[in-house]
Design a protein around this ligand. Sequence first.
Ligand SMILES: Nc1nc2c(c(=O)[nH]1)N[C@H]1C(S)=C(S)[C@@H](COP(=O)(O)OP(=O)(O)OC[C@H]3O[C@@H](n4cnc5c(=O)[nH]c(N)nc54)[C@H](O)[C@@H]3O)O[C@H]1N2
Ligand SMILES: Nc1nc2c(c(=O)[nH]1)N[C@H]1C(S)=C(S)[C@@H](COP(=O)(O)OP(=O)(O)OC[C@H]3O[C@@H](n4cnc5c(=O)[nH]c(N)nc54)[C@H](O)[C@@H]3O)O[C@H]1N2
Ligand code: SF4
Ligand SMILES: [Mo]
Length: 760
Amino acid sequence: MAELTPLETTSASSGNQPQMGGGFPVIGYWAEKTLDLKGGLLWKTLLHKSACLSCAWGTGGQKGGFQNEDEENLQRCAKSVEAIASELMEPIPNHFFERYPILELQKLSSLEADRLGRLSFPVIKRANSDRYERITWTEVYEIVTKAFQKSPECLASYSSGRSSNEAAYLLQLLMRSLGSNNLADCSDLCHAPSTVGLKQMFGSGTSMVSLADLKQSDCIVMIGSNTPANHPRLMNELIKLRDRGGKVIIINPLIEVGLVKFASPAYPIKSFLKGSDISSHYIQPISGSDTAVFLGIQKALIENNLVNYDFLKQYTEDWEAVIEQVRSLDWLEILNTCGVSREEIEIAAKMIGTSQRVIFAWAMGITQHSNAVDNVFSIANTALLTGNAGKEGAGTMPIRGHSNVQGFGSMGVTIILKEEIMQALEKLLQRPLSRVQGYDTRALIEASDRHQIDTLLCLGGNIYAANPDSTQSKRALGNIETVIYISTKPNLGHFHGLAKENTLILPVFTRFENPHKTTTESGNNFVRLNDEGTSHLSQREGTELISEVEFLTELADRLHGDDVVNWRSLQDTKYIRQLIAKTIPSYEKIGEIDHSNQEFTIANRIFHTPKFPTTSGKAHMFVTPLPKLDLPTLSSFDIPEHTKAIVLVLGTGRSYSQHNTVVYKDGDYYRGMPHRNCILMNRTDGDRAGFREHQTVTVKGNAGKMEEVEIIYGQIREGSALMFYPEVNAIFSAPIDERCGTPAFKRVPVAVYSADSAPI
Ligand SMILES: Nc1nc2c(c(=O)[nH]1)N[C@H]1C(S)=C(S)[C@@H](COP(=O)(O)OP(=O)(O)OC[C@H]3O[C@@H](n4cnc5c(=O)[nH]c(N)nc54)[C@H](O)[C@@H]3O)O[C@H]1N2
Ligand SMILES: Nc1nc2c(c(=O)[nH]1)N[C@H]1C(S)=C(S)[C@@H](COP(=O)(O)OP(=O)(O)OC[C@H]3O[C@@H](n4cnc5c(=O)[nH]c(N)nc54)[C@H](O)[C@@H]3O)O[C@H]1N2
Ligand code: SF4
Ligand SMILES: [Mo]
């Protein structure tokens, strides 16, 4: 991919960073990708009636490639182009795997692995071989069928949210029909705390607001989300909200330039040239202290008489305990924990308390902590204290990640299945299903590490690189007899996450190539219908891609033979939709979608009246303890106290140009980071440790270290730092929030020291 420098400089400031997000680099990306030789194919794909592959904002679908669910046009962003362009690559040549042994492939970076091209024929790496080799589908089915004839507790799956609802439904039905509940999913590493927390509070684990609600709100609180990079079309809603006089409060230890000012290509005149103001108020707390920020906001709401007691009394439970706790907390304790001034907290509280319709939105800055569920509780408590739940234009909105990750949860790919669905599945399969607690992603890695898993089927994703402590992941996957990767593109996991006996990589069509219709669910609970498509690879000699649905139904048929479910007939996805309609509550409308072509909002998810699907009909409030944010000392990293060194808290996450473990472009222009081996930190911390900007340092975690890391100074909270995953996953193991299994990717203590580290 060519660099974008000529255009990028247009909006760059004199320093390292640009003055706003979006703008010319985005258009530059569009122009570069859509005008090159493949442009025709790219445009055809963009116009295909299917939901965008990238994020869960869910642009596209039956209403056309560029529309959102409100039929507004020009809603595809550069991230969509980036994702499609990556899938439109040429196939990996026939002899590639024969030529390169695994040891060579292990030297590739994430970006290089992705650029190898599309996977287009099945390959296997056997224990006695040093490389992958091509095999036939007949042999694939023989090996995989045998691998699944093991005891159920030793079978597991992992999935990532790009596949369809239909594939997700089949995956869980197959696993459960075999007696296994080991349905690990990328959401375990992502929004599980939101699902777990919101279910307990409101009886429903997803966003309670729709796109239409966003258009009515007059205040949005955006917490721990790098929206301009990861959910770009949501920026349009923030711009419109500011235009109508609303307020945007940002809570993030890092000043993300696009959250201050953003130039949206959707509004060429109004926004694109000069940029639109986004944040009305920007709070930069200590990493991991968000619960304290919200306790502070709650205290200020109480003291300023901005609590809606009528609402609490009528529509909530246990509100007294929450009020009592907040009253008893000392201001100093709150302020010391979050490192934010009382004045800043008061400003936020007054904005929230005096607005009519407030939406609270959050992403990984909230969920990837060991107290993540408390973070979610504290946000939702604040919404309830001000009566901002169960009315139009207001409520809680987890901003979901992968384009169909939420659909996976709805389809039952979860280790916490509603009893109602379990019973419906038992009725469908006409046999009792296992109630043994399944493994989530972290538990699956731990179980594999203990040699308790024999067979792992990965429907997409990159379980190796997405997990913390890459050494452990590699070792754990290496204990599994058979690992089957169903993928569109090669990634680091295929080369490092090798099984003990057989590792298979099976190539599948992407969403816009499937020979049948599929559906997906956006983060706003909107179900999209994706049309049939064709693949640019199908005409190529020697390519043998199949659909995920074809693979799963064929495997199920071979495993179950004559069964009450005619698995093979499910290759026609409309029959899967019939089963979904029968067994998944609130998804009934999917049963009509093949006739009606009507995309729909899932029933009982969006709340416009304060009646919630809990046993009492009321929202349940929870007391949230102040987080304990102790840090290890330098000596616990085996570094003498008096060296040029410092302990910082790493927030690990995405650069502007990557999709999860897949890197599309080196560096991060918007954060002024020229390449991936950088650590972004505050100048004061650098000065304190005796560092210079751009010098290289070692960054050491509790499981390893990275060397030659370049220091970049940026507007990040003192004590906090930022590095990119998946590379950084090599250096730490992370505690989890026991209630949801999600690792604390956003609060990783590290020691940073320089090679010339002489005592000072
Ligand atoms: N282009 C693109 N789009 C994507 C993805 C992608 O990789 N690339 N990934 C998709 C997926 S699966 C997901 S889950 C989402 C992820 O979307 P995000 O959650 O936006 O992504 P992250 O990079 O994890 O970082 C989130 C933000 O949290 C902030 N943060 C870190 N620690 C804290 C903290 O303690 N408190 C607070 N308040 N903030 C903190 C960081 O500074 C950063 O701005 O995006 C989805 N969309
Ligand atoms: N340190 C750190 N680690 C993190 C995070 C973090 O913020 N910090 N974030 C976590 C989060 S939020 C998430 S969601 C996980 C992401 O973890 P995963 O979802 O496991 O990883 P991805 O990188 O999204 O997976 C990319 C691969 O999916 C495959 N793929 C793409 N499209 C399709 C398709 O249509 N079908 C199939 N079968 N395969 C497809 C391709 O082969 C591609 O290489 O990472 C987590 N890990
Ligand atoms: S905002 Fe998300 S869903 Fe919409 S076009 Fe961009 S990446 Fe795709
Ligand atoms: Mo995610």
